[in-house]
Write a protein that binds this ligand. Sequence first.
Ligand SMILES: Nc1ncnc2c1ncn2[C@@H]1O[C@H](COP(=O)(O)OP(=O)(O)OP(=O)(O)O)[C@@H](O)[C@H]1O
Ligand SMILES: [Mg+2]
Length: 345
Amino acid sequence: MTSKVLLITGGGGVGKTTLSAALAVTAARNGVRTLVVTIDPARRLATALGLKNLGSEPSPHKNEPNLWAAMLDASASWKAIAHRHAPADVADRLVDNPFFEAATQHFPASQSYASAEEMANYVETRAWDLVVIDTPPSAGGIEFFSAPAEMRDLVGGRLLRWLTGGALPGRRTLFTLTARPALRIAGAALGSDLLERVAEFLMDMRTMYDGLARRAVQIEQHFRDARTVVVTTADPAPLREAARFYRELPDRVPDPDAIVFNRVLPDGWHNPKPPTDGPLIENLVRWGAEAHRQTEVRKEFAALWKTDIATVPWRPKTPTTLDDLAALIAKAKGLNLERLGVVPQ
Ligand SMILES: Nc1ncnc2c1ncn2[C@@H]1O[C@H](COP(=O)(O)OP(=O)(O)OP(=O)(O)O)[C@@H](O)[C@H]1O
Ligand SMILES: [Mg+2]
């Protein structure tokens, strides 16, 4: 048995975590053994998924037989990554090094890379039919897919420049260097032998290069085999992010398997004909106009990028139970659940 991978991506705050959970619950209820890996879910959503503790160890849901959930803990993942790719004594030294903390917490691609490497590990255990991966807010959609290459370049040499902001470290530049966020954090802990410690850290990181570079190639293969859902709303910033999947070079980003407009207002709200005036009537007319605008935005997007569009309705309350989540997908329109692996073919 091989696991299918479903990657849920899109701009910030569009509903990636919610829809990852919703698709996973739907899959589980259709008899698909499903693991959902979420990132920072709201507390009530985490509780509904049966996530009592932070941690990347998948836990089975006690009321939903085919559902497992895990929550990405990037810092713990990076410790495991160091132990996987560096010799044991170097890995021990690395994870205790404040620079390691700084680089793995603050380099933009590091959270995405941690989540991608966890994805590869889960898929390769073949314990699930479907692994649903929520992507980190920092990834901003397509950045998730370039994280393996970015990490490889970083460990392979760019780390020095990232730490120092381009300048080569020398005693005289120490003052300006220590103003850099990554070095400031480490500098406070390390004091005056900062430069020696930078050099030691860079050499330790370099021992990870071969392992990490090999893993990055395997992760990129998993990306190519995965199904990708791009979530957006009718608002300008997430729309621009979604459009990048069509604008950028096809070898850099996957062709989305679904474009999902989330928080969609009902079509039936277009052009309401209020009988009289008043604040409630004005409210009705405004929302009618917004529903109309959303429909036009979807039509434009579909025509411009020659793509089908799926919609998920805007629910009056935040979905927090498994039933709420399943209802989101039950009320969705235009989603091909077989293609996404959520319903068995
Ligand atoms: N269809 C919907 N109807 C009503 N509320 C929704 C819907 N989809 C998502 N939400 C709510 O919108 C908020 C943002 O959703 P969510 O956290 O899933 O977004 P996200 O894309 O994961 O955000 P981030 O980029 O910060 O990770 C949450 O409060 C969620 O409950
Ligand atoms: Mg999220």
